[in-house]
Design a protein around this ligand. Structure first.
Ligand code: Q46
Ligand code: ZN
Length: 303
């Protein structure tokens, strides 16, 4: 197995590209993919102030590292979601990396700062912890970015995540979600910050290689609520398809973006946006879910 670029001994084989790379050429390939994605979707440039959402896992750590190393102006943002040891450990990993690398980091703690508890909310609202957690994260990414004058929010979603999400959305024809599934979501309101996914063509395995080669610390554990999630089943199904037909995931995503997504565009444009009467952030209802969560917990203190 020789490296396709320099013919040295290959250390990683990428089946979907039918190509092996040595360490240096893999890094070249990886950075090139990131640069191409940024350019293809006009995600940002060196003048932009980028808020990178960091969970402490391999994908977000790889994204933070690669963007900082390419000379972009990046600040990490970590949210402590109050998920027991998982949150404590991930916060430690993220803070230690920021300190050692001299990178700026904003830390938010939903319990300490906002009195929110995803478990109590899940019980009171009879909704899954992931759906509560997702709403809180989306709210805070945008709020912190908007208040801090950031022009773009970048997340570490990879090819496996994007393909699994697309499969889930297609299976139930979630038109609203399909309309929003894109490596770049331009702002549609002056208080909404643009969102981008520069790693959307790179797999989990490639991100893992990137962090291992660069000796970047990351949290190996998954969030305990990720197990059993529907997205894991979709990932397994897609992995099976990928084994039989390498390149399936990438084709699924790229053909959706090129040919499929435009059919849902009007759904996206029709979403009516308002400003929350309590906090002023953008929402589709009178009061945003974040403010509603805080109210519900206040009214149900004994839970
Ligand atoms: S952090 Fe939150 Fe995820 Fe954990 S509780 Fe679910 S949504 S799984 S990406
Ligand atoms: Zn609000």
């Amino acid at each position: 197995m020789k490296c396709v670029r320099c013919k040295a001994k290959g250390i990683i084989y990428l089946k979907r590209h039918n190509a092996a790379f040595c360490q240096d050429c893999f890094l070249y390939y990886y950075k090139n993919q990131v640069k191409k994605n940024i350019k293809r979707y006009k995600m940002f440039d060196k003048k932009d102030k980028i808020l990178v959402v960091i969970s402490g896992g391999k994908d977000s750590m790889a994204l933070w590292h690669v963007l900082a190393n390419e000379g972009y102006s990046v600040t990490g943002m970590y949210i402590n979601l109050g998920i027991g040891q998982y949150s404590d450990k991930s916060q430690q990993v993220v803070e230690s990396f920021a300190q050692k690398s001299g990178l700026e980091l904003i830390v938010k703690d939903i319990k300490k700062e906002y009195g929110l508890d995803i478990y109590k909310l899940s019980k009171l609202l009879k909704r899954s912890t992931c759906s509560i957690c997702g709403s809180i994260k989306r709210y805070l990414f945008n709020k912190v970015a908007y208040d801090g004058g950031f022009s773009v929010v970048a997340t570490g979603h990879n090819l496996d995540d994007e393909a699994a999400t697309l499969l889930g959305n297609v299976l139930s024809w979630e038109e609203g979600y399909l309309a929003r599934q894109s490596p770049v979501l331009e702002s549609t309101h002056q208080k909404l910050v643009k969102k981008v996914k520069p790693l959307y063509t790179l797999t989990e395995r490639e991100n893992l290689f990137y962090v291992l080669i660069n000796k970047i610390e990351f949290l190996h554990d998954e969030c305990p609520h990720a197990t059993g999630a529907r997205s894991i089943l979709y990932k397994e199904v897609l992995n099976r398809l990928e084994e039989e037909s390498p390149g399936t995931k990438q084709r699924f995503i790229t053909s959706f973006l090129e040919k499929g997504r435009k059919h849902f565009q009007d759904v996206y444009e029709k979403i009516e946006l308002k400003e929350c009467i309590s906090c002023g952030q953008v929402t589709t209802t009178e009061i945003c879910s974040f403010c509603r969560f805080a109210q519900i917990l206040k009214q149900n203190k004994e839970v």
